[in-house]
Ligand binder design. Structure first.
Ligand code: MOS
Length: 772
């Protein structure tokens, strides 16, 4: 985003202040909020049986005749040129079909970058691929082997010898700080926020904290590795992908290969977790290029090692937070500053400074973050980008301030959350963090926490409790479309190129469509997951439920009008206008006069029609400029720290969420719990280890990159306020990313409560807790 865009967003926001709410999306309360039918009830996943029976096909399981398998050879230097490629042994190895390098790769254009305005772009690593001898990061693919089996491809790849001319590479975070740049904006917010006299606030403060917090690189490790099965049918490209951006991937591949969007078909009915790591990376492009070269279908299923080399992760951050408060804990100054990495070929700012300023009122602010350029693979979005690491810093600092002032950490937070957005002054669409803290504290038993650290001990184990706030903005994407078709049996089919990455998309939208159309659940089918369906934006930013919800709602409005016209004059509905009717009981009826009713089946039969379809699209999300819209959480943790080994074992986690209305308690609980477990990993074990001399990831496997296992996961309680957000479709806000936010801080705060030791560097490994 540029200065110009900043000015536009600022201008629109100001204008929005004068626009009546009723003119905006969310201006009229969604009637479904007050109609309790299937939304809000527990429903099992519609795709559950297929998944447990192994019927659901994932990208690396699609069968094709003549399929060949790909293996990658990765560069071992960060910067320089390939001087020699010895492929002879590989080419002669059993089963090898071809070896692709920059010498024989087809001509490929730059992938278009993911951005806020181009929904046909999904590129993350914006570099030419295999077009020259240039090396840009340690791990870049220098050769791709195709063979008849995966094992043959892997073996042949091991025989390739590459020699390089090395150039100096910038791979050290510390060294790059001197050349840091400062972006004008982060998402749609201005980066720099300076307000009031922070120096005076610190001079007059009764309590204060000024500390630096560090978070390491994190890598994506979903249960399903990134993979694609790809073939060309003439000049049509068919890609079975694991993606959270179907149309973005299709549009990007079209650009890279110089063909039309309509010549690319992408299918991704099931994704085994994505979290920001499943858009377009080099492997889909390499696979399609190699398939073109070989004239055979290609499967490129990345090994865990290749995933670490080719799929970017969450940038390392260094964050300074300084807080000044009066004796009552009211914030007088809030500073949040620091550094993260974003090479020019990356699309993702790790926007860690957005959390604090949307949460806490302060008399003065000084907030800004800086960007480092390093010779690394592009960093990217990873569950709750910005907020996951930003809340670690700000919520650790709030705990430090509470300790300094001798105020209860919950009381300190509630004293500083405002009635409106602290920075823009916009009203909250709905916000009740106070209730979330009340519910969570009661469930958790916060009153049993000792304010003095190191008060509870059980043998070698020091026991502590901590809490923290999580936050994630509400996002609704434009450009998401949906079609509703009703057939002569009164059965509705909802179609959209939307994504199922484990969260229950079809399940929840089936509930939505059933309630919206006045049908029972078994009269609704939801079809998602490929680009033959109506255009979809993406599943990211926890936005998909709202975006698709808005599209289905728009389609239902169109459908009602079309049905009314089709019904004509020979119907109890004759003479009614669209705003006088509603869906109910398998048909349409007059609002307030249920006897004036006709069923879908009857309308279609009289018109001799076998079906009727209507399309709808989610419009521009102007409501997010008028209202302050955020999901929030109160996270509680109880843990034990061994005085002997420094090991941290969690005993309990409680998450109380304020995310609008919960649409399906079963799938929602699973999302929240999964997010909290990811937060637990971030707190205790997850860390990408880079060799700082050469930018090589040394932890490129699941043996070395430690995600939580069952034994690490304690009893987790998930609660919610369930207060509908009157400005959103169905009253719901996003719940996908909020689960991870705040968890690392709650854990670090509990470690302090247990031990008296404040660890400001994640992860909280035993070495940081031993000694004095
Ligand atoms: Mo999310 S990091 O937008 O998948």
């Amino acid at each position: 985003m540029s200065k110009l865009q900043n000015a536009i967003v600022g201008g629109v926001r100001t204008a929005m202040g004068y626009v009546p709410s009723s003119w905006l999306p969310g201006g009229t309360r969604d009637p479904l909020i007050d109609k309790r039918v299937t939304l809000g009830t527990q429903q099992s996943r519609v795709d559950g049986p297929d998944k447990v029976q192994g019927v659901a096909r994932f990208a690396a399981e699609v069968r094709m005749d003549g399929l060949v398998y790909a293996a990658c050879v990765h560069s071992t230097i960060a910067r320089g040129k390939i001087t020699e490629l010895d492929l002879a042994a590989a080419e002669a190895a059993p089963g090898v079909v071809l070896v692709m390098t920059h010498r024989n790769a087809p001509k490929l254009a730059l992938p278009p970058p993911i951005g806020m305005t181009n929904l046909k772009a999904a590129g993350n690593n914006i570099l030419l691929i295999m077009q020259d001898a240039e090396i840009r990061w340690n791990g870049q693919t220098v050769a791709l082997v195709l063979a008849e089996t995966q094992e043959q491809a892997n073996y042949a790849a091991s025989l390739i010898v590459v020699r390089y001319e090395q150039a100096a590479a910038r791979t050290r975070f510390e060294d790059a700080k001197a050349d840091a740049t400062t972006p004008d904006s982060l998402m749609i917010e201005r980066n720099r926020l300076k307000r009031g006299d922070t120096d005076a606030a610190f001079r007059n403060a009764v309590g204060s904290v000024d500390a630096v917090y560090r978070t390491p690189w994190h890598n994506h490790n979903p249960i399903e590795p990134n993979a694609a099965t790809i073939t060309w049918q003439g000049d049509r490209l068919i890609v079975h992908d694991a993606t959270q951006m179907l149309n973005g991937t299709a549009g990007s591949l079209a650009k890279v290969f110089g063909i039309k969007d309509t010549q690319v078909f992408v299918s991704s009915p099931f994704v085994g977790g994505a979290f920001g790591g499943k858009a377009l990376w080099d492997h889909q492009i390499l696979g399609a290029a190699a398939s073109k070269l070989a004239g055979r279908p290609v499967r490129i299923a990345l090994s865990r090692t290749s995933m670490h080399r080719l799929i970017g992760g969450r940038s390392q951050t260094e964050q300074r937070v300084a807080l000044a408060a009066d004796a009552t804990g009211k914030l007088k100054a809030l500073l949040h500053q620091g550094f993260s990495v974003k090479p020019p070929h990356s699309v993702c700012d790790e926007a860690f400074t957005l959390s604090g300023r949307s949460l806490y009122e302060s008399e003065s602010y000084d907030i800004v973050q800086h960007t480092l350029d390093l010779d690394l693979l592009a960093n990217t979005f990873m569950r709750a980008p910005g907020e996951a690491v930003g809340t670690f810093a700000i919520e650790s600092a709030m705990d430090e301030l509470a300790h300094d002032l001798g105020i209860d950490p919950i009381a300190l937070r509630l004293r500083n959350i405002g009635d409106t957005d602290p920075v823009s002054g916009a009203p909250h669409s709905q916000s009740d963090l106070t209730l979330a803290y009340e519910l969570g504290a009661k469930k958790f038993g916060w009153d049993r926490r000792a304010a003095t650290p190191k008060s509870h001990q059980d043998g070698e184990w020091l026991i502590g409790m901590g809490c923290a706030t999580g936050s994630f903005p509400y996002v609704r994407m434009p450009g998401m479309s949906a079609r509703i078709t009703i057939d002569s049996n009164g059965h509705a089919t909802v179609s959209s190129a939307a994504h199922e990455m484990g969260m229950g998309t079809a399940t929840v939208q089936r509930q939505h469509a059933a309630d919206r159309l006045g049908l029972p659940l078994d009269h609704v089918t939801v079809r998602i997951g490929d680009t033959d369906l109506p255009f979809g934006s993406f599943a990211g930013g926890s936005s998909q439920t709202a975006s698709l919800g808005a599209a289905i709602n728009a389609a239902s409005v169109k459908l009602a009008g079309d049905l009314l016209r089709l019904a004509g004059n020979d119907t109890p509905l004759a003479g009614l206008r669209a705003n006088e009717i509603e869906f109910a009981n398998h048909g349409l009826r007059k609002i307030g006069e249920p006897s004036r009713y006709e069923s879908f089946a009857s309308i279609l039969e009289r018109a001799s029609r076998s079906e009727i379809s209507a399309m709808g699209e989610s419009g521009a999300p102007l409501e997010i400029l008028k209202f302050s819209m955020h999901s929030r959480s109160a996270i509680f943790c109880e843990l034990r720290v061994s005085e002997v080994t420094g090991e941290v074992r969690l005993t309990r986690l409680v998450g109380a969420f304020d995310c609008g209305r919960i649409l399906n308690p079963k799938t929602a609980t699973s999302q929240f719990r999964g997010g909290m477990i990811m937060g637990l990993g971030m707190a205790l074990t997850e860390e990408t280890l880079l060799d700082k001399r050469n930018g090589r990831i040394m932890s490129a496997s699941m043996t070395d990159y430690h995600v939580p296992v069952h034994l690490d996961v304690p009893e987790i309680d998930v609660l919610w306020t369930d207060i509908p957000d009157p400005r959103t479709p169905m009253g719901a806000r996003g719940i996908g990313e909020i689960g991870i936010a705040g968890v690392a801080a709650a854990i670090a705060n509990a470690v302090f409560n247990a031990t008296g030791k404040r660890v400001r560097d994640l992860p909280l490994t035993p070495d940081k807790l031993l000694g004095d």
